[in-house]
Write a protein that binds this ligand. Structure first.
Ligand code: HEC
Length: 126
């Protein structure tokens, strides 16, 4: 009897833990990488800072010509959706759970990764 009481408490704890996780994941748009970049007061914009990085490093494979991974980053909605889902930062940081990018090329320099990450975390200004 005592055991089933503990079991009941334990299952309740598991259920509420799941509920909490679900709630936070639907309400937050920031990425969930373990270590966040220290962005300070840096403010980046898509047009001035991010687009040139993508044109140079990504859009040769992720554009209208080569639609690798079915992702065309010259379309803003596509890029923003990948950023919001956390896939973008995951890919350039080459973490587990996503494809390491840029494919077949050296990892982006730390400063560039940080720039993209800070842009994503600060709300992706145009
Ligand atoms: C040489 C070609 C190539 C280059 C350059 C490249 N990618 Fe990719 N990318 C791919 C391919 C192929 C896939 C699909 C891989 C897969 O699903 O395993 C992909 C998938 C992705 C994904 C989805 C990952 C996932 O797990 O869902 C993201 C995000 C991404 N690329 C971002 C980038 C970014 C950002 C850059 C530039 C820094 C970049 N890629 C450069 C070929 C490339």
């Amino acid at each position: 009897m005592k055991n089933s009481f503990y079991l009941l408490i334990a299952s309740f704890a598991v259920i509420s833990a799941c509920k909490t996780t679900k709630e936070t994941s639907t309400t937050t748009t920031t990425n969930t990488t373990e270590v966040k970049a220290d962005c300070g007061s840096a403010a980046y914009s898509y047009a001035a800072d991010i687009k040139p990085i993508f044109n140079q490093n990504c859009n040769g494979c992720h554009g209208p010509v080569k639609l690798r991974g079915a992702l065309d980053f010259t379309i803003d909605e596509v890029l923003y959706a990948q950023a919001k889902s956390g896939k973008l930062v995951c890919a350039i940081r080459q973490e587990k759970g996503c494809a390491a990018m840029p494919a077949y090329n050296p990892k982006l320099p730390d400063e560039t990764i940080k720039k993209i990450e800070c842009w994503v975390n600060s709300g992706m200004a145009q």
